[in-house]
Design a protein around this ligand. Structure first.
Ligand SMILES: [Zn+2]
Length: 189
């Protein structure tokens, strides 16, 4: 697995289900930049307003963005920030993969993103599938299955009855499950 210089241009994607430690991985990467004196900025899609378990809890100056083009505007206005860290990429708009590509190639940034590859039904979530194919480096994270304890959980099991794809929440609403224990219709019974 490549481990390029902390600020080399690139697209690093950290995929994983709920409770897999995606945000923690981003925090670690940000801290490594901090130790090395490399400037970074953290971002969250505006839809994610959680104060807990979020990148914003660790980095209060995390910027909310409604449109992925705002990331390009940031890059243009902040030439001295080589690392851009974007959590909850599944909530980004459909242009997010192209924007990451432009940031890496045209603006020479290292973009580090994390997100849920799959929604609560186990279906591809938002721009994540494209981001996974465009990454220059992948750092998949795995959770412990809440039901059987296996360490390779990749699914986010919804625990409450709610039919929409987007239900922002944490422990009261979701569990990590392995492929065997995942049952998207469980909450209907
Ligand atoms: Zn399991």
């Amino acid at each position: 697995m490549p481990n390029a210089c902390l600020f080399d241009p690139g697209i690093v994607i950290v995929p994983g289900c709920m409770f897999s430690g995606k945000t923690e991985e981003l925090v670690k990467k940000a801290r490594l930049c901090g130790y090395a004196g490399i400037r970074f900025q953290t971002f969250l899609p505006a839809i994610d307003t959680r104060a807990d378990r979020s990148l914003r809890e660790v980095f209060p100056d995390t910027i909310s963005f409604s449109s992925s083009e705002e990331l390009i505007a940031f890059a243009e206005a902040n030439l001295d920030v080589p690392v851009m860290i974007v959590d909850e990429d599944q909530f980004g708009d459909e242009n997010l993969p192209e924007v990451f590509d432009i940031l890496a190639r045209k603006y020479r940034r290292r973009v580090i993103g994390a997100g849920l590859p799959l929604d609560y039904l186990g279906k591809p979530f938002g721009p994540m599938p494209k981001l996974l194919t465009m990454a220059t480096e992948l750092r998949p994270q795995y959770a412990v299955c809440f039901k059987c304890g296996r360490g390779d959980a990749t699914r986010s099991q919804r625990r409450v009855r709610f039919e929409g794809q987007v239900l922002v929440g944490s422990k009261e609403a979701y569990e990590a499950r392995c492929i065997t224990c995942f049952d998207p219709e469980e909450y209907l019974r």
